[in-house]
Design a protein around this ligand. Sequence first.
Ligand SMILES: [Zn+2]
Length: 373
Amino acid sequence: MSPRMIVRFLKSQFSRMGFLRAPRPIACSNCFSDRGLRLDAERFGQKRSAVCPNCKGIGYGQLTRDQLLSLSHRFFVWGSIQRASYGAAPLVQFNEMQSTCIEVEPWLKPDISLLQRLLGIGFFYYGPRLWMVGEVEPLKALQRKKQRASILDRILKEYPERSIGPMDTFFRVRVNPAQPSDPSQYDSPPVTFTGRGRLDSVGRPILYGSSDLEICVHECRVSAEDEVFAATLTPLRDLRLLDLSVLLPEKDGVTEFESLDMAVHMLFLAGKHAYEITRAISDAALTAGFDGLIYPSYFSLLRTGAMPFETTFGISHRRIEQMQKREQDKSIQNIALFGWPIAEGKVTARCINRVVISRVAYGFHFGPTFPAT
Ligand SMILES: [Zn+2]
């Protein structure tokens, strides 16, 4: 057989097996009734000249089976995530084994039937594995004052130390500073203002910064009439930091329920009720002689557009080796330095700029609402 005949033979075999056939669209955004689902479908879909095989509409974004599955996941699963004090879990899940049992509003009913028919899936209420809503032993121990110290010890021992020096820079943003060009304005706030943030306790000030300027601006809750300034800060000597932003490698047998990594991850994604614990970690690191911390920003997920606490078959992606790089990339690193590092000569302002906020953009997608029970 000539090479050309071999290629032709292989092509015919592959095409019989469906490898070379481009997946065909089976629905379009116009097939849906729920407005949010229509808008999401239009973004997922691709405009084609042919009519939609389902509704016969022309000019709408058309979706293949895989795209409809992704759309269903984003709308129903991600779109139904409920936050707990620690962690979060979707209210709805779907698969090919179960039939639909969720109660939805009238405008979503036809869409559920359509997805059921086209994809052979059913939507049901998801019973989350309890670690997803904070049933994580080291996290529970941190919440109990008597057991806290042993977990703080583990955090200091198991998380890596990282050093930053004169070659590194990070930003510190101030809103309406009295003297914008004065470097001391970018030091930690005066002692009377301590004890209000995620890591500073009364009398123990913290200089908060980040190498991500958007995070700095967002964390300052800037509004249109504010004068905003950013100092580019650099250490004058090597500083020892405890790095809590890493995905902590743990032994194979360690489940999410026992995971220190999951505990710390959930802690920094939690609201103000977690401050008592995050401040205790900060105090422990100060006592242990560190100059500060690197920690994941509370706004990491908003900044990276990532879904919180992603799982496959109830297993956290943080515990699946192939997913860990992607999980680590979801975290934006902030920096916290103890004391008044500018006054103490540990850090200097290399440059101070005015920041002109010219545009704010929001990214969003939709989810269902459920009838009142
Ligand atoms: Zn259609």
